[in-house]
Ligand binder design. Structure first.
Ligand SMILES: *[C@@H]1O[C@H](CO)[C@@H](O)[C@H](O)[C@H]1NC(C)=O
Ligand SMILES: *[C@@H]1O[C@H](CO)[C@@H](O)[C@H](O)[C@H]1NC(C)=O
Ligand SMILES: *[C@@H]1O[C@H](CO)[C@@H](O)[C@H](O)[C@H]1NC(C)=O
Ligand SMILES: *[C@@H]1O[C@H](CO)[C@@H](O)[C@H](O)[C@H]1NC(C)=O
Ligand SMILES: *[C@@H]1O[C@H](CO)[C@@H](O)[C@H](O)[C@H]1NC(C)=O
Length: 514
């Protein structure tokens, strides 16, 4: 696995080999050969994004053995035909996390309902993502009952936002934490290595004041519940301290709000689901702005360690792939294009972290024709979103943190041929309404928008970073939609940034450490 990552790093390095340079705030230490980071006076630093992805990027996506095949047969609705086969696989025994793969032969399958993959360890595999139903597997979603349904729902289906607490495990965090920190002093030591935990930083008036009430009008209020949450795994304990697997992506200061931590009861959490090698085509009977059709092609809701690869999604109103209450997911080589809906708010988010989505990696993927192509809609419960080596074309609005303080978003080697604002880690001001500061402690790294622009602005108490990007990179009103202080911008339009991929370099560092 490490070799594969090193090879990928080399390919990046060769492609871009000119005079290389490193950022002044993250670069290789000459002695340790590992990345070292510089904090600014406010305590801001580029955090480690490398835990994003299926099994935190530590395992390749698996090739799960086929346990059942279905051939195409003529029917007016294949929903039950496929669901019954999924259900058969769903009760097989689990070995090495998986029960097995259901393989759909080539053909055009008509889906009038929704398909549920709600048992752990099930992979749904087609025969190819192309358009030729003699060799490819096409799921054609027709009709609109129920209204604006999801075509595939993978996971429990419950966007529970990790609410299930192990009884009496909620306790206070006693230390102030900076972005990037992984060590927590707890009031009561109730935690063991391997526990999943949820850190909560409740919205208070003092915190809102420190972020200028979102910098918007109407201002954010305590009732808006913009509580930052981080879903983590305990990796070490000593005395009253615990270490977590991934850093917090925001400073948590006790004088503004008292952070807490609880053990997440994840005993019944659905895990290890995959969808691969197929095409989902959502049909509508209206024109290009018709909204009477299925709304999301694939919704991961209530799951962890999931993946989708080599798929194409078209015709969705909201998302090709969306995530709610999901951790450790990888999207690899997926195309989401040709959405059908009105070109306006709340639609056409091709890859969408809707709510409570963390440690999500979207790589080698393509988005076209939508509005916000790679986006967090999820307020302060979304973080650890990494968009790696993806492309974007024919877009109508920026890839961005969309609303209310998402943290820890990384756009790494994103390429867009759009001629306007393509990526924003910034304030959306009064848009939305009152979306305000939409991303904090987020990074755009070595991304290319040769005809367009990237907006990088500094939120109060935090920072955003645009390093080694190509195109207009600025914090000014124009290209940004609202006035604010410029973020940390370095080396724009200079070739040769090392490392060429921040995520891959951070992953190598972390794996070498383990
Ligand atoms: C899965 O199969 C592909 C193609 O044969 C191979 O490149 C890849 O390494 C395999 N992955 C694993 C985890 O074995
Ligand atoms: C899983 O999906 C099946 C098929 O639709 C459904 O019958 C069942 O109730 C679902 N189970 C759970 C636990 O949601
Ligand atoms: C909270 O503490 C920080 C230092 O940790 C300080 O800079 C800040 O002014 C304090 N804010 C309030 C409202 O006391
Ligand atoms: C974004 O989140 C808000 C608040 O939860 C919700 O009202 C809205 O429908 C979401 N938009 C999309 C496109 O998911
Ligand atoms: C980047 O993604 C493209 C697919 O768009 C793929 O062909 C290429 O190999 C990827 N590059 C790396 C370094 O993984």
């Amino acid at each position: 696995m490490k070799n594969a990552i090193l090879t990928a790093l080399c390919i990046f390095a060769i492609i871009h080999s000119v005079i290389s340079w490193q950022s002044s705030i993250v670069g290789y230490n000459a002695v340790s050969k590992k990345l070292s980071y510089v904090r600014d006076a406010e305590g801001n630093v580029i955090p480690d994004f490398s835990t994003s992805g299926y099994h935190s990027g530590e395992r390749e996506l698996p090739n799960v053995s086929q346990v059942k095949t279905l051939s195409w047969v003529e029917m007016t609705d294949h929903t039950n035909y496929i669901q019954n086969a999924i259900n058969e696989v769903s009760i097989l025994p689990i070995s090495s996390n998986f029960r097995g793969a259901l393989v759909l032969g080539p053909g055009r399958y008509i889906i009038k309902g929704s398909l549920y993959i709600n048992a752990s360890g099930v992979v749904l595999r087609g025969s190819g993502q192309g358009m030729n139903d003699n060799i490819d597997t096409i799921l054609e979603a027709v009709d609109n009952t129920p209204d604006q349904r999801d075509v595939i729902i993978a996971g429990s289906g419950d966007n529970d936002r990790w609410r299930a607490q192990v009884k009496s495990t909620k306790t206070n965090i006693l230390n102030d934490m900076d972005v990037g920190d992984k060590i927590i002093t707890v009031q009561k030591q109730l935690f063991s290595v391997g526990d999943t935990v949820v850190i909560t930083y409740p919205t208070t008036d003092a915190w809102l004041q420190s972020v200028q009430y979102g910098g918007t009008d109407p201002q954010w209020t305590v009732n808006d519940q913009i509580s930052i949450q981080y879903h983590r795994i305990v990796t070490a304990t000593t005395g009253n301290t615990i270490t977590i697997n991934a850093p917090v992506f925001n400073s948590l200061r006790k004088n503004l709000s008292q952070p807490t931590i609880y053990k997440h009861d994840n005993t019944n959490r659905i895990n290890h689901i995959g969808v691969e090698d197929l095409r989902i085509v959502i049909k509508s009977n209206g024109g290009p702005s018709d909204e009477n059709h299925a709304w999301n092609a694939l919704s991961f809701t209530g799951a962890e360690h999931v993946f989708v690869r080599r798929c194409t999604m078209t015709g969705f109103g909201l998302a090709g792939v969306e995530f709610q209450t999901v951790t450790y997911a990888t999207v690899d080589s997926v195309t989401a294009e040709k959405p059908v809906a009105q070109t306006t708010g709340g639609r056409m988010y091709n890859f969408c972290l809707s709510d409570a989505a963390q440690h999500i990696l979207i790589k080698n993927s393509h988005a076209r024709d939508g509005r916000h192509h790679y986006v967090s809609n999820g307020s302060a419960r979304v973080s650890g979103m990494v968009v790696l080596n993806c492309t974007c074309s024919n877009i109508n609005a920026a890839s961005e943190g969309h609303r209310r303080w998402s943290t820890g978003i990384l756009y790494d080697n994103l390429k867009s041929d759009y001629d306007n604002l393509a990526i924003g880690i910034y304030t959306r001001g009064t848009m939305g309404p009152s979306h305000g500061w939409s991303a904090a402690n987020s990074v755009v790294w070595n991304s290319r928008v040769p005809r367009g622009s990237i907006c990088v602005q500094k939120p109060p108490t935090a920072q955003n970073f645009g390093i080694g990007c190509h195109g207009v990179v600025s914090g000014n009103k124009q290209p940004c939609p609202f006035e604010a202080q410029q973020g940390f911008i370095e080396g724009s339009n200079v070739e040769g940034l090392e490392p060429s991929s921040l995520y891959l370099a951070q992953l190598v560092d972390r794996l070498n450490n383990q």
